[in-house]
Design a protein around this ligand. Structure first.
Ligand code: SAM
Length: 254
């Protein structure tokens, strides 16, 4: 069983001494039942991963003595996931899976049909941090504050194509808009965008994008509408499936 991993904010260097917060101290002492001298691994998103030995474990929490670097720092591919907040459990699951799949930025966007009342940023950030610890990442995704869809597109960096998972076609009278006007297959689009250094993916709410949103998005030069196949996926399934295809065709699964 590999040594447990913890994300810390502090700089990491041989001989550094880090005081853990209460939650992390409790996790080591009570959940993992580790004692002084036990080994853990730490990372901070900047200095790579380091081995550390648990120092004193007092009432005020545990401390770590940083020993040696075990892995050099590396970045996940620069993928930003723009997603409509969903029901709480689905959003939690989406955050955890998007972290495992290597998304670097997680941007909640409020669409016309978004039903989630509030987005607890601190809660989502802690889910992302735990997933990053578990999945052996060397960084933690940047979980942003929720923005209205339109606002999230203001001043968009055109060097970052926005892949728009558009579940609908253009024939309003047909189920899911029929076949006309469907986005291109995602794998093909991601392969075509290999020359880009960063990508973004937009996934809509349970009720999908409304026609006005689709029209606005399809009118933007940096937007690439894509289809995720002939079946309608739940939003959280669509996010995970699309991130997997992007990593395979464009990202770090090649
Ligand atoms: N509009 C449908 C509805 O009313 O149930 C489906 C919305 S779907 C549950 C949520 C989001 O997942 C969509 O807005 C889209 O971003 C993505 N999605 C799901 N299936 C898709 C597909 N086959 N092609 C492209 N995007 C899809």
């Amino acid at each position: 069983m590999p040594d447990p991993r913890l994300y810390v904010e502090e700089d990491l260097a041989a001989g550094a001494h880090i005081a853990l917060d209460e939650a992390q101290s409790r996790y080591l002492a009570q959940v993992l039942r580790l004692r002084e001298g036990a080994r853990v691994r730490v990372f901070n998103g900047r200095d790579g991963e380091w081995s550390a030995a648990i120092g004193e474990m007092g009432r005020r929490g545990a401390a770590l003595n940083i020993v040696a670097r075990t892995r050099p720092q590396s970045q996940t591919p620069d993928i930003a996931l723009l997603f409509s907040p969903l029901k709480r459990q689905a959003t939690d699951w989406l955050i955890e899976k998007a972290t495992e799949l290597g998304a670097r930025t997680l941007q909640p966007v409020i669409c016309k049909r978004t039903i989630a009342e509030t987005v607890r940023g601190d809660r989502l950030a802690s889910i992302a941090r735990e997933a990053a610890e578990q999945t052996e990442r060397l960084d933690v995704p940047d979980v942003r504050a929720a923005l209205a869809l339109g606002r999230s597109l203001d001043g968009w960096d055109e060097a970052r194509p926005l892949i728009f998972a558009d579940e609908a076609g253009d024939e309003q009278e047909k189920p899911w808009g029929g076949a006309k006007g469907r986005g291109e297959p995602l794998y093909q689009a991601a392969e075509r965008l290999r020359g880009c250094k960063a990508l973004a993916l937009l996934i809509g709410p349970e009720g999908g994008f409304d026609p006005e949103e689709r029209r606005m998005l399809r009118g933007l030069s940096f937007v690439t509408p894509v289809s995720l196949g002939p079946r309608i996926l739940r939003a959280e399934s669509a996010a995970v499936a699309a991130l997997a295809v992007i990593q395979a065709a464009w990202g770090d699964w090649r």
